[in-house]
Design a protein around this ligand. Structure first.
Ligand code: MLT
Length: 254
């Protein structure tokens, strides 16, 4: 059977697709991407030995969870900035081993946690960013035998329901990795229109991902906040080999 790879270019496609185009994650292997910056930051936190990441759908729920887990750190952002009363914002560079090793993190961001919530019915749900693309491709292929449907669905977190190019390019990079691995083992592969589009966008930008991150809408906004180093960090392909997995309401290492 051919492996089908789908890239869902915005969460709006999940929320509004109808009939045969309705997206169903159940029984599938899903991968959520939010390059700027939720999946980049969570991947970094787990690489630096965070114990567990608990995503909170909003700030109120984050504080409720904190009342249950007072030893945890409250983390995340609104409008790219640390939330009043939180310990950490959403800059991956703040998630050093010294700061977070061994800690449980309660994490709420504007778009990343929304996308995770939409895909949570998947049989296996991984988190990806440019930093861990190759590790995610390997883990995804290695775990396919446990997935009833031979299909990988990637979901771009985007911005407030709309398309964001940086997430699409990262999914294109991941798709290109998967295609290369499948070629090596002579496995047939079928790409949806979303996946083909993501690969084309990746091919256009692969030689200068930092410029892409600087010029995209959210990257430009983060730059105005003085966060250019976050974009430099997020543009580094395969700098991390950890793969976060969302299971039973928590994110940990696969
Ligand atoms: C989000 O989930 O919306 C982002 O990670 C926003 C950001 O902090 O850059």
């Amino acid at each position: 059977m051919a492996l089908k790879i789908d890239v869902v270019l915005s969460v709006g496609e999940v929320e509004f697709a109808e009939g045969e185009f309705r997206l169903d994650f159940s029984g599938r292997l899903a991968i959520v991407v939010d390059v700027l910056r939720a999946t980049t930051t969570i991947t970094t936190a787990l690489a630096n030995n965070a114990h567990l990441v608990i995503p909170a759908r909003d700030i109120a729920q984050a504080f409720e969870l904190f009342a249950q887990y007072p030893q945890a750190l409250l983390c995340g952002e609104r409008n790219g900035l640390i939330v009043d009363g939180f310990h950490l914002g959403n800059s991956p560079r703040d998630y050093t081993a010294e700061r977070i090793s061994g800690h449980t993190l309660i994490f709420s961001t504007t778009n990343g946690t929304r996308a995770l919530n939409l895909a949570k019915g998947a049989k296996l749900l991984l988190l990806a960013c440019f930093n861990n693309v190759s590790a995610v491709a390997q883990k995804a292929l290695g775990n396919l035998r446990n997935i009833p449907e031979e299909e990988i669905i990637m979901l771009c977190s985007g911005k407030l329901g709309r398309f964001c190019i940086e997430d699409a390019v990262c999914c294109g990079c991941l798709t290109a990795n998967l295609v290369a691995c499948c070629k090596q083992i002579s496995k047939d592969i079928e790409l949806t229109e979303g996946a083909k589009t993501a690969v084309e966008l990746y091919n256009m930008h692969k030689n200068d991902l930092l410029s892409l991150l600087i010029s995209c809408q959210h990257g430009h906004y983060l730059t105005t906040l003085g966060l250019l180093p976050d974009l430099e960090y997020a543009s580094k392909v395969n700098s991390i080999s950890t793969v976060p997995v969302f299971f039973n309401g928590n994110i940990s290492l696969l």
